[in-house]
Ligand binder design. Structure first.
Ligand SMILES: Nc1ncnc2c1ncn2[C@@H]1O[C@H](COP(=O)(O)OP(=O)(O)OP(=O)(O)O)[C@@H](O)[C@H]1O
Length: 311
């Protein structure tokens, strides 16, 4: 028996997240968790918004709501759990898996599930944008453009992201934005303006390398227009946690951010939205109880990969 045996778990599985089938998940979850938790149930989402609905519908029956899917599923579950005494957890099974990677979880669902048995409680920050909750990143510009493309695409998985980026980044036109960070306002033409609670878009693309999920701050990365020839250097920096060292990047930290612009399609944890109002973003310090295993080999593997890439 572990300390987690006192909890009642609801696993909310998105059947279309990522590229792997999910039909075997309920059986796998019952096998691993059946004997150690007070109660374990699984359910499948039926469409957009359904994961939040499933949390609310089952609120009193469970202590831990587990998202099984990608960052869109995570966003829907955390939106219903944040600010309460209930716990959130996740099995990364999507295309980008930004939060799972940030927390050092295994990208192999079966392994992540086994590691979850020994999870420890932690409290992390979330952000809000015009009243909508996010846990990873929110942004305007090229990332929002790609989120829109990806949402319409039938192909999922990391390679689908790469294909969209390669197809559109040469022709994408940067826009002007009026940005206010903790009361200081300035204008910038930008390829991307990202406001980040965690350091990455997903797939270890570190748009905000200094971001920490529990520091009470949002990190703002402004990627200015750059010559096409600089794309390989910026891509290398993105995956090597060094984007903030580029002369095309301006980097800030703050708690209260406003973004105004003519074109304000934006993305929230990878999901696209259209908006005609200025975006108001703020951090909610220590607003989400999570249950995750201590970072082990999966995080260590990532760290040693980072070290290798520096040589
Ligand atoms: N049964 C369903 N049928 C169709 N879409 C669904 C269903 N359940 C959930 N969705 C939607 O699927 C979308 C994609 O899910 P999710 O973001 O978890 O996976 P992903 O996009 O593959 O991974 P990532 O966000 O990590 O890149 C979300 O917008 C979610 O609302």
């Amino acid at each position: 028996m572990t300390g987690n045996s006192k909890y009642r778990y609801l696993f909310i599985i998105n059947p279309v997240a990522g590229i792997s089938g999910k039909k075997h998940f309920p059986e796998m979850i019952a096998r691993v968790f059946g004997e150690i938790a007070v109660a374990v149930e699984t359910c499948f989402t039926t469409g957009k918004g359904n994961a939040s609905h499933l949390v609310r519908e089952n609120w009193d029956r469970f202590d831990v709501f587990v998202a099984v899917g990608g960052d869109g599923t995570v966003n829907e579950v955390i939106s219903a759990v944040a600010g309460s005494e209930k716990f959130f957890s996740l099995i990364p099974a999507g295309s980008g898996n930004a939060l799972g990677r940030e927390l050092g979880l295994s990208m192999w669902p079966a392994r992540a599930l086994k590691e979850m048995v020994t999870s420890q409680p932690k409290v992390i920050d979330t952000g809000t944008v015009n009243g909508r909750r996010f846990v990873n990143v929110c942004g305007v510009g090229f990332d929002a453009h790609i989120a829109g493309r990806f949402a319409k695409s039938k192909l999922r998985g990391p390679l689908s992201y790469v294909a969209h980026v390669l197809r559109d980044f040469v022709t994408y036109q940067p826009h002007w934005y009026r940005i206010t960070i903790d009361g200081k306002t300035f204008r910038r033409k930008a390829f991307v303006v990202t406001v980040a609670n965690t350091s990455q878009f997903g797939n270890n693309a570190f748009i905000a390398p200094r971001a920490k999920v529990d520091d009470g701050l949002l990190d703002i990365c402004i990627l200015k227009p750059f010559p096409v020839g600089m794309a390989p250097d910026l891509a290398l920096r993105l995956f090597n946690r060094q984007l903030d060292g580029s002369k095309y990047c301006e980097y800030f930290q703050g708690k209260d951010i406003q973004i105004e612009g003519e074109t304000l399609g934006y993305q929230v944890d990878g999901e696209p939205f259209v908006n005609n109002e200025p975006l108001h973003l703020s951090v909610e310090n220590k607003s989400l109880n999570i249950l995750v295993p201590e970072p082990t080999e999966s995080l260590l593997a990532r760290l040693s990969l980072d070290k290798l890439m520096k040589f």
